[in-house]
Design a protein around this ligand. Structure first.
Ligand code: GCB
Length: 808
């Protein structure tokens, strides 16, 4: 929420920091609105003080560019916790001339978690809540020439602001998204709210509500609205006299609209101009998509009158090395990778995300579940309630026009682990949820509301996801169909959000632990106290093979169920969390289909094989190239592919052509038994495409008949990478120097001299502390520029240290 207040600070501002100038001319401002990115060259001070004067006196300001978080590394280093405090940012704005009749604003796309903005030493406004954009009016505080913007951002522990600290993700602090300077004509279009009340294949209607600031209504002032089709041709225009702050313009009969859907995300453009005596005073454009959707009672989901199986995944906003402070290019890359896998839906977990994400979803054709960050923590006090309602209002207001959004989620696991005494009282929680639900419907009657896992609230919202973690937090994945059948009956509008499990890149096993005989196979609800039940999360091997099977099973069930709305896999990319210090990569939730750098794990290809159209074959697995087993024992090899027919070759010999059948498990029947030869084995999978072409995948597997003994030590080796860094690899070996494929203990890397490890990345080659995968672990090392030999070591509790000198 935004508060404007102007309290003078009786201090003089002295800065001796490097600053950049932002220049824009009077002419530009006067003619039209301008929106200037001001990400570059901010000064930064890591100091908790709440006094600008104290901050100004500090000597240790540094220079950086936004977006920025101070938790980019400490969220994933090996020490508990991450910095939860305040920091200061400062920026010099040079405004050569203040234009008359112009409103100046700063627009923050998101700053976590509370923000206070000062301009020229005076408070300009503040904002409570991260993940949501806000503007601060600075018109009355700026002067011609040099201006200074100072921003205090705080991610301290604060139970009065959602999300709860008990959420399974890092609450990154900082100005994590872009910042802009807006110069608007005093009389300007503040925003456009666009709805499409009626849409069919034959015709559509369009409603544009324009809010105008400082409107001086008279007959010379007009609003002109035009609609362009996806090819850029104007298909409708209207000119009206605005007679109040909000003016509604309606187009009733747009013939044969080119619909927005997940295959062809057609976007129209709405342009609204504010004219005074036919002179353009302001102009705003928005994209619009014509589409309609329906969740049938107990039945599937329909988009534009056709059944669409929801094929979804989850996105957390973060990436290796930068945390939440991702560039737009990185944001876009995430969404493109999700689309390329064949998904048609994304749940933005567990908070609203960067504007670039919604833009990408509109353009790429990804349906969106947008979520208020009410994640865990129960019901809070009055301040908490006001904050949460404001955040919902802001989220809906700013994302309203995106055709990709179909669901406003009001929260996730809300009454679990309350932050306030009695905060898990179901009656009170449900009453508050109902308030939020009414508010969401009032603000946006065109979309549906949703929540996940808070069962008492299942009847409040339009669409509900219970918790089904078959094969991970509870039961066997083989009970998935039963879970679906139960909930399809029980909930009128049932969708399944969150399924999956952790997997450690490169960990493979001939017989994944499925828990058969050990766990209660029929359960599927995530147990509240996870330590009291035997589940795969606890007893499993966290291998890639197990997760491949789990997803393969879920998908072959989902794809063959004609009444199922669809499911949303958890989660697309590994992400940081303070709650998992002991994971194979510390502080990482490793349920991603890719690692934290976006490199696909095997499971990614399982999804691709069910969902994507561009032909491919993938042999399981490219990270399983050292294997062992007794002579004469056949191994089953799966090929994940979307081709109808695939042939597998072993050392040049065909093992036969197989037909893909989505009802068959595993790999839709594309699996072959083969007897590995000792030593090198070349496997080639050739898939036939619909147009008679072929696609193929090749791996080389080194197979041995001899089983390794127990590990007796570690070895170290290195290889130079294309980027000039070194990949240093540790192997656990037995007395015969055989790699111990069953060794899974943690090892610790250190670079003693000559370089720096790529640590704190939360990736398989970017953590100094990491568990071995089949007796192997690696870390990337950046060599010092002066060419000093690199000295590396690896050790753990049992092995006292192995050293390696890399001469550059
Ligand atoms: C859940 C939560 C999500 C967690 C996930 C997990 O049910 O909604 O925030 O990260 O499980 O990985 O355990």
């Amino acid at each position: 929420m935004k508060k404007q207040h102007f309290k003078p600070l009786n201090s003089s501002l002295l800065y001796s920091i490097a600053v950049a100038c932002l220049l824009f001319s009077l002419h530009d401002i006067h003619a039209q609105r301008t929106k200037t990115n001001i990400n570059e060259n901010w000064s930064y001070l890591e100091n908790d003080t709440n006094k600008l004067t104290t901050a100004n006196q500090a000597k240790n300001w540094t220079v950086l560019h936004l977006p920025h978080t101070w938790n980019s590394e400490d969220a994933t280093d090996n020490t508990p916790g991450y910095r939860r405090a305040a920091s200061w940012y400062k920026k010099q704005l040079v405004i050569p001339k203040i234009a008359a009749n112009t409103v100046y604003q700063l627009y923050f796309e998101g700053s976590n978690i509370t923000t206070k903005v000062y301009v020229n030493g005076k408070e300009a406004g503040d904002h409570i809540g991260g993940y949501i954009g806000f503007t601060i009016d600075i018109t009355n505080l700026i002067k011609q020439g040099n201006n200074e913007v100072a921003v205090r951002v705080d991610n301290s522990y604060n139970p009065e602001i959602i999300p709860s600290q008990k959420s399974d993700f890092t609450i990154y602090g900082g100005i994590t998204r872009d910042v802009w300077l807006l110069a608007l004509p005093k009389n300007h279009i503040d925003n456009l709210k666009i709805t499409t009340p009626k849409v069919s294949n034959q015709s559509a209607s369009l409603n544009v509500v324009a809010t105008i600031n400082n409107l001086e209504a008279n007959k010379d002032v007009k609003l002109e609205v035009s609609l362009k089709n996806p090819k850029g041709k104007i298909v409708a225009t209207k000119k009206v006299v605005p007679n109040s702050v909000k003016t509604t313009i309606t187009f009733d009969n747009i013939k044969n609209p080119e619909l927005w859907d997940t295959q062809k995300p057609n976007l129209y453009t709405v342009t609204v101009s504010l004219l005074d005596k036919n002179k353009e005073k302001d102009l705003l454009t928005e994209k619009v998509g014509f589409r309609w959707f329906e969740f049938k009672d107990h039945g599937p989901f329909y988009l534009n009158g056709k059944r669409l199986l929801i094929r979804g995944t989850h996105r957390h906003e973060e990436h290796a090395g930068v945390g939440a402070a991702m560039t737009n290019k990185q944001h876009r890359a995430d969404m493109e990778a999700i689309k390329e896998m064949g998904a048609n839906f994304v749940r933005l977990a567990h908070y609203p995300q960067d504007p670039e994400i919604y833009k990408a979803c509109d353009e790429l054709g990804l349906l969106v579940w947008d979520e208020l960050p009410w994640c865990r923590g129960g019901l809070g006090n009055e301040v908490w309630q006001t904050n949460s309602k404001n955040m919902l209002t802001e989220m809906i207001a700013q994302n309203y026009n995106h055709p990709s959004i179909i669901l406003w989620s009001l929260g996730n696991e809300m009454n679990w682990l309350p932050d306030f005494p009695g905060g898990d009282d179901p009656e009170k929680t449900t009453a508050f949820l109902s308030e939020l639900n009414d508010l969401a419907h009032k603000l946006d009657p065109t979309r549906k509301t949703a929540i996940r896992k808070y069962y008492e609230g299942s009847h409040v919202v339009d669409v509900f996801s219970p918790s089904i973690w078959s094969g991970w937090y509870s039961g066997s994945y083989k009970s998935y169909q039963k879970a679906l059948d139960t909930y399809k009956k029980e909930y009128k509008h049932f969708i399944h959000a969150e399924y999956g499990g952790d997997s450690h890149v490169g960990r493979h096993t001939e017989k994944p632990v499925t828990g058969e005989g050990l766990i209660k196979s029929e359960g599927w609800e995530e147990a509240i106290v996870q330590t009291q039940v035997a589940n795969i999360a606890q007893i499993g091997d966290w291998s890639e093979n197990y997760i491949v099977d789990l997803f393969d099973w879920h998908l072959h069930v989902a794809e063959n169920d004609p009444n199922f709305v669809g499911n949303i896999q958890w989660a697309f990319k590994d992400f940081a969390t303070p709650l998992r210090p002991e994971d194979d990569i510390p502080y990482m939730n490793q349920k991603g289909l890719t690692d934290r750098n976006g490199n696909p794990k095997d499971a990614y290809y399982v999804f691709k094989s069910y969902w994507s159209e561009k032909p491919f074959t993938y042999i399981e697995s490219h990270t399983w190239t050292e294997r062992q087993g007794p002579k004469g024992i056949a191994r089953n090899i799966s090929v994940y592919s979307n081709c109808n027919q695939v042939t597998l070759y072993h050392n040049g010999k065909s093992l036969g052509k197989k037909q893909r059948d989505s009802k068959a498990f595993p790999a839709c029947g594309l699996n072959w038994d083969l007897n590995f030869e000792e030593g090198k084995n070349t496997l080639i999978a050739v898939g036939e495409t619909k147009d008679g072409k072929t696609v193929s995948d090749t791996i080389n597997v080194n197979y041995r008949f001899k089983k390794n003994d127990t590990a007796l030590g570690l070895t170290l080796s290195s290889e130079k990478l294309k980027n000039g860094n070194y990949l240093v690899t540790a192997l656990a070996v037995d007395k015969n120097n055989l790699r111990c494929l069953d060794y899974e203990e943690r090892v610790y890397f250190q670079c003693l001299k000559g370089g720096t490890t790529m640590k704190n990345q939360g990736t398989p080659t970017g953590s100094e502390s990491i568990k071995m995968a089949n007796g192997k672990a690696s870390i990337e090392v950046i060599p010092d520029a002066d060419g000093t030999p690199i000295v590396m070591t690896v050790l753990n509790q049992n092995f006292k240290g192995e050293f390696l000198i890399i001469k550059q």
